[in-house]
Design a protein around this ligand. Structure first.
Ligand code: ATP
Ligand code: MG
Length: 497
């Protein structure tokens, strides 16, 4: 008897369940019908019979599409659609009722970083009922969903008139480039670069390194600035005289002498210029970066520690990357306002390749170890305001033969530390003691790690293979920035999950 009762119960449950499912299915059908009716009404004819074009866009460019579509018709009606996760068909399929579960719902948004510390709400699933050139156009905008195998975002455009759809698409594409959120920003790629699946883009604060903080031999900074920003400033005259704008600059010299520091200064001055920073494994993206640089000009591509490209360890092998770099330098149109800035402490590894195809690099500048006068200026810079005497700084500069600029920084830090540990106010004696320590043979490795030029026993300087110290610097020095930009979250990873 008991068994029978359970069976009845099961039957009842099953019946209820079937009824519920049917109800849900009908509701969905209804709301799917509502969606179709809405599109038909906006288009003034059966949507399924109209021209439908599907544009696949890289996930990280959906935000640009969102901006462009928003700009094309600010008045557009936005309608939320629910598309079943994992549905891999297109809009026509949905309109013909093949995607069961499609229907009206809330407009879905996701928040996407569009600059250091800035985000934008981007429609991740929804329909825009637009008017373009006085014709009705409908766009279904959907974000990528890599977990469900949807690797790209899509923009599906329906219009009654095929010519209007074509013109509309061209306009969207144009605006996506013109108003790209990447334009004028300092960005780097987290390894995967432009890879559709990873698409990691990091926005960095534009560095603020004043010319007074860059200690280089006389005239070096002026030449660099003339080549990097002077060309941009005199663009019209150069073009009128038939001269090209594209330029390649190589900064070479021992580790720790200020190549990265100098580039940060140049980037800091280049307000409004798009800067693409490639280092370590993201150098794989050099070709894509040059395309982007071309589209977003004026721009600068910084290749930090580019000898890694020549060595090509674990990055494709076989010198392909070096070849790609040369192609990128070569392939860029002459009238593109794009500056390639390369840094390396192993110019020997690149020289052969670069001299074999001359003209790619038009300015090679050595950043040498500081001489005594430069060391005195460096010690003065890093000990500024600490109350040390000019005499002791001059003496330190004289003794610290062969050290680097980064050594100067560490020396002052050591002196401050020695004073702090001893519970004393900083005095000249602490600097002398710190210098004794650092010049001691037992600290040969420290010197080497700080970058000590010819005496270096470590092949690559600190930071080689990472981001060249850029982003680390941005975080370390967040306090150094002006108050209004002093947020510590100075870099942002563009994630698409
Ligand atoms: N010429 C310089 N003038 C002022 N400060 C400098 C100079 N060179 C280096 N420094 C200081 O030392 C730090 C490290 O230098 P930087 O990273 O620029 O060296 P690098 O030449 O790029 O070395 P690597 O070859 O290892 O990449 C800088 O952040 C800066 O604080
Ligand atoms: Mg460097």
């Amino acid at each position: 008897m008991d068994d029978m009762g359970d069976d009845d119960l099961d039957d009842d449950l099953a019946r209820e369940l079937v009824r519920l499912l049917r109800h849900v299915a009908e509701r969905k059908q209804e709301s799917g019908g509502e969606l179709v009716a809405l599109l038909d009404e906006h288009l003034g004819r059966t949507a399924a019979d109209c021209t439908i074009v599907t544009d696949r866009i890289q996930p990280w460019r959906l935000v640009d599409a969102d901006v462009a579509l928003g700009a094309l018709d600010e008045e557009a009606g936005l309608v939320g659609v629910t598309v079943p996760r994992g549905y891999d068909g297109d809009l026509r399929g949905l309109l013909r009722g093949r995607g069961s579960g499609v229907g009206l719902g809330p407009v879905d948004y996701s928040s996407v970083p569009v600059g250091p510390g800035r985000e934008r709400r981007v429609m991740s699933s929804g329909v825009r009922l637009m008017t373009y050139d006085r014709s009705p156009v409908v766009v279904l905008q959907r974000a990528a969903d890599p977990d469900w195998g949807r690797r790209t975002a899509t923009m599906e455009i329906i219009g009654a008139d095929a010519a209007v759809v074509d013109a509309f698409r061209a306009d969207v594409r144009r605006l996506m480039v013109e108003r790209s959120v990447l334009r004028g920003q300092v960005i780097s790629f987290s390894g995967g670069g432009f890879d559709e699946e990873l698409g990691g883009i990091v926005f960095a604060e534009r560095p603020a390194v004043h010319a007074d903080e860059v200690i280089l031999p006389d005239g070096v900074l002026a030449r660099l600035r003339r080549h990097v920003s002077g060309v941009a400033e005199h663009r019209e005259r150069l073009l009128a005289a038939g001269q090209h704008l594209k330029r390649g600059i190589l900064l070479h010299g021992p580790p720790g002498t200020g190549k990265t520091h100098t580039v940060r200064h140049l980037v800091g001055r280049a307000d409004g210029v798009t800067v693409l920073l490639l280092s370590g494994s993201s150098m794989r993206s050099v070709r894509e970066a040059s395309r982007l640089a071309r589209a977003l000009e004026p721009s600068m591509i910084v290749l930090e520690d580019c000898d890694l490209i020549a060595e090509d360890r674990g990055m494709g092998g076989g010198g392909e990357l070096l070849f790609e770099l040369l192609e990128a330098l070569d392939g860029m149109d002459g009238d593109a306002d794009v500056a390639f800035v390369l840094t390396t402490n192993r110019p020997d590894l690149l020289e052969r390749a670069l001299t074999r195809r001359p003209g790619r690099i038009d300015l090679a500048i050595e950043v040498p170890l500081p001489d005594e006068a430069a060391r005195a200026r460096l010690f003065g810079l890093y000990a500024a305001g600490l109350g040390l005497s000019d005499g002791v700084l001059a003496e330190a500069a004289a003794r610290a033969e062969g050290v680097t600029a980064s050594f100067a920084k560490e020396l002052v830090r050591r002196a401050v530390l020695l004073a702090a540990v001893a519970g004393e106010d900083l005095a000249d004696a602490h600097l002398t003691a710190a210098l004794d320590e650092l010049l001691d043979d037992r600290e040969a490795l420290t010197r080497s790690l700080l970058g000590s030029g010819a005496r270096a026993t470590v092949d690559q300087g600190p930071g080689a293979g990472s981001d060249g110290g850029w982003l680390a610097y941005a975080d370390d020095h967040a306090d150094d920035l002006d108050d209004d930009e002093g947020e510590s979250g100075s870099s942002w990873t563009m994630r698409w999950d």
